[in-house]
Design a protein around this ligand. Structure first.
Ligand code: GLU
Length: 482
């Protein structure tokens, strides 16, 4: 069998939609699971939608998730150029070949570029029956034209899709689609066929929204006498609505682009692992796979045709698993940009704060709210000192804090163990529950009832001076109420 060649063919829109990234991932995995090549081709023939610099997003996303392409605009290859606008001349030559064969025709109708309105009366255009003389005259007069595919009027066209099975369409329903636009650029519908053939693509993988266009592409392959690729259409990705129903994933469901997910604090490897499951599952129940492991595990046969539902909670789970499994050093580097701005002028240990967070968060963006008290003690009410479970009220808290403050100010070595011993010994000597000591201390130094880490960890991180000053403040607050 020929070497498998798949291609990712994004249009430079300026962002990477989750659906596009899943297509790229499946194309990559289909190729790599069978020792094949994965090609990157930029489809920029729709000049009206062109966004400056948008190619960068494509390169940086592929790089961030580790989908290395074997050929592409940036690294070259044997079948370049890999940017469609740079192949412009070729398409017209091919289209003219089809005109000669009688499988395409010039259409001189006004507004022909906007297909939908133009073919209102049916799927075939009246220009398909123009006489040769008229065509020649129009061309001579430099009348603006498009080139349309001449699709059959009778019979059916069918093909086998690896995921969706046999797909059939009546030829009378097939539109005489535009191949070359009036600006001389090919349509996507034409360029993709030419490029896939010229680049020796063996497996075409794309979203199921292209299922209904595939018969038109196959008719083109037949007109040219080319071998057709294997088609693999991927199921839709849906989002959950508030009322429990589902609809096509869109912004109202939440972030839909790779960049937005990254901004929300998801890790690239968690995103890739999760989206592998949007339409595919392995034979076992295992869920955590690195990209390398997926390369071995993936099989196109296990792609499902039922729509996949994007579940942010499930992505949270994947992300927290990846965060937990990071070596501490790496996690500190990831967490740093979320910790440092919150600390302001406070010179506290980013490493120690990170250690409190690694097993507690599902995304990095949760960090600032969790640790804001380190940078600045929030304004809090003394009712926080009242806690049934810890057996504390305002009076007990004030007493405990006063005595603990004395002891802490005498403490020479300020570390976890010495702080631990001091607090626990105090509780023991005074026949108090540990909580009766820990609770008021934690409220005093954090101003919060829930914090990552308990009283001892927070004392250690804040250091002696800051801890004592916060405890002082708590004592004055409690005193002030009497
Ligand atoms: N440029 C098309 C898109 O971004 C590619 C579709 C295909 O893979 O053929 O949707």
């Amino acid at each position: 069998m020929d070497k498998i060649r798949t291609r990712f063919a994004p249009s430079p829109t300026g962002y990477m939609h989750i659906g596009n990234l899943r297509t790229a991932l499946y194309e990559y995995l289909i190729a790599k699971s069978q020792g094949g090549d994965f090609i990157l081709r930029i489809e920029d023939t729709d000049r009206s939608r062109y966004v400056e610099g948008a190619e960068e997003v494509i390169y940086s996303t592929l790089k961030a998730v580790g989908l290395r392409h074997d050929e592409g605009p940036d690294i070259g290859g044997n079948y370049g150029p890999y940017i469609q606008s740079e192949r412009r001349g070729e398409y017209l030559t091919y289209a003219k070949k089809l005109v000669e064969k009688g499988d395409a025709y010039y259409c001189f109708c006004e507004k022909s570029d906007t297909d939908e309105g133009h073919l209102e009366s049916g799927h075939k255009d009246i220009c398909r029956n123009l006489g040769e003389i008229e065509i020649k005259e129009n061309l001579k007069a430099h009348k603006s034209y498009v080139i349309r595919q001449k699709t059959p009027e009778y019979g059916i066209t069918k093909f086998d899709d690896l995921v969706f099975g046999e797909v059939k369409i009546e030829n009378k329903e097939i539109e005489d689609q535009i191949l070359i636009k009036s600006d001389g650029y090919p349509t996507y519908n034409f360029a993709n066929v030419i490029d896939d053939h010229e680049m020796h693509i063996t497996h075409v993988v794309r979203g199921s929204e292209y299922l209904s266009s595939t018969p038109k592409y196959n008719l083109l392959y037949e007109s040219f006498g080319w071998e057709k690729p294997t088609y693999i259409h991927l199921p839709l990705i849906m989002g959950k609505n508030e009322d429990g129903s589902v609809s096509k994933l869109s912004k109202r469901h939440g972030a839909v682009s790779f960049e937005d997910l990254i901004k929300m604090g998801y890790l690239p490897e968690a995103i890739i692992n999760y989206i592998a499951f949007l339409g595919w599952c392995p034979e076992s129940n295992r869920e955590i796979f690195s990209l390398r492991e997926l390369e071995h595990e993936f099989s196109a046969k296990r792609i499902s045709k039922s729509p996949a539902v994007f579940d942010y909670k499930k992505l949270d789970w994947f992300n927290s698993e990846y965060i937990k499994s990071k070596p501490t050093k790496e996690f500190v580097e990831l967490a740093k940009p979320y910790i440092v701005p919150v600390l302001g002028d406070m010179k506290l240990s980013v490493e120690k704060i990170s250690m409190l967070l690694q097993n507690r968060i599902s995304k990095l963006s949760e960090i600032p709210d969790l640790i804001d008290f380190f940078g600045q003690l929030p304004i809090y009410g003394t009712e926080l000192f009242i806690n049934k479970k810890s057996k504390t009220d305002k009076e007990i808290s004030e007493n405990v804090l006063k005595e603990i403050k004395e002891k802490l100010s005498e403490l020479e070595t300020w570390n976890y163990d010495s702080l631990h011993d001091l607090l626990i010994d105090y509780a023991k000597k005074n026949e108090l529950k540990n909580g009766t000591v820990m609770w008021p201390v934690r409220i005093a130094i954090s101003g919060k009832t829930t914090t990552p880490g308990g009283a001892i960890e927070i004392l250690e991180i804040l250091g002696k001076d800051e801890s004592l000053s916060r405890i002082d403040k708590a004592i004055s607050l409690l005193k002030g109420e009497k």
